[in-house]
Design a protein around this ligand. Structure first.
Ligand SMILES: Nc1ncnc2c1ncn2[C@@H]1O[C@H](COP(=O)(O)OP(=O)(O)O)[C@@H](O)[C@H]1O
Ligand SMILES: [Mg+2]
Length: 277
């Protein structure tokens, strides 16, 4: 079995008296594109903050690329963070810089200061940046200012930057929330593509169940700080949306939801056969 790239186990986290995560377990394998679904306040962003080490759980464990990020501090934490690619809803790019210069910012940490000041990146870094822009279908926008690109194109530049960073994992917190449907689909298609071709583990939060069904390998639904389903799209019942957004009280846990609805959902860690197409 391949190593899990991202894993939360029984993670509990409160903000003061407010429970944000009430025992969340989920995992993402290399090359897998997992959609994290749920209404506002479900705890999705808190999952991302745990995975970047910005938030330490009250209980449970958080691993990234086999390392316990919830235990790392200082230099080790920074080193692991450098291998985590991030894409957010907005404020991803520096607007006055070109697409390629934004992608090259991924190489800053590995570039001597004089090269940064002289804007003389190594040829290898430029090649990597160009290949990354090509991969997201934006080679022809290489020298265009980021703030002149559409929202969807900007998100794809942000994905190219993650590729140039040579991250093995990508965390995308609502990357399509402010995009029109066609741009959203293009961004999700790009994310699915890089997961498959490059073996990157992608965890992407979304509001739309239909988009998740179309693009994700697996759907994890959260509500009120709990995972209420974890299933491949083909096995997810029509009641998935109801479980997330319906008026009924949230199911207590994924196992309970699966039993109560006779929905063929399963918990994280189910047999591999269920997780492949
Ligand atoms: N910094 C914070 N301080 C206090 N409460 C917070 C903070 N961040 C999140 N919360 C609370 O934790 C819960 C989960 O929030 P969040 O993880 O942002 O959910 P989502 O991303 O799914 O909308 C919510 O009830 C939210 O109000
Ligand atoms: Mg959020």
């Amino acid at each position: 079995m391949s190593m899990t790239a991202l894993r939360l186990e029984s993670v509990v986290r409160h903000y003061g008296a407010v429970p944000a995560l009430r025992g969340v377990s989920l995992s993402v394998a290399p090359g897998e594109f997992v959609a994290l679904l749920g209404p506002s306040g479900a705890g999705k962003s808190t999952v991302f903050r745990c995975l970047t080490g910005l938030t330490i759980p009250d209980a449970g464990t958080v691993s990234v690329l086999g390392e316990r990020i919830d235990r790392l501090r200082g230099r080790e934490l920074r080193a692991l963070r450098a291998s985590i690619g991030l894409v957010f809803q907005q404020h991803n790019l520096i607007g006055r810089l070109s697409a390629i210069d934004n992608v090259l910012t991924a190489r800053l940490a590995a570039t001597p200061l004089w090269r940064v000041l002289a804007r003389r990146f190594r040829d290898a870094d430029r090649q990597l940046a160009l290949a990354s822009l090509h991969r997201v279908g934006l080679l022809e926008k290489t020298y265009q200012r980021a703030d002149s690109l559409s929202g969807g194109q900007q998100q794809r530049v942000a994905i190219a930057r993650v590729l140039a960073q040579q991250s093995r994992v990508l965390l995308a917190d609502e990357p399509v929330a402010s995009l029109d449907p066609e741009s959203a689909r293009q961004v999700l298609r790009t994310l699915r593509g890089i997961a498959r071709d490059q073996g990157i583990a992608v965890l992407c939060s979304l509001h739309q169940v239909d988009l998740a069904r179309e693009f994700a390998d697996r759907l994890v639904g959260m509500r009120e700080g709990r995972v209420v389903f974890d299933a491949v799209p083909g096995l997810l019942g029509a009641d998935a949306e109801q479980a997330l957004y319906g008026d009924a009280p949230a199911p207590q846990a994924a196992g309970a939801a699966a039993r109560a609805d006779h929905a063929p959902c399963h918990l994280a860690g189910a047999p591999e056969t269920l997780l492949s197409d």
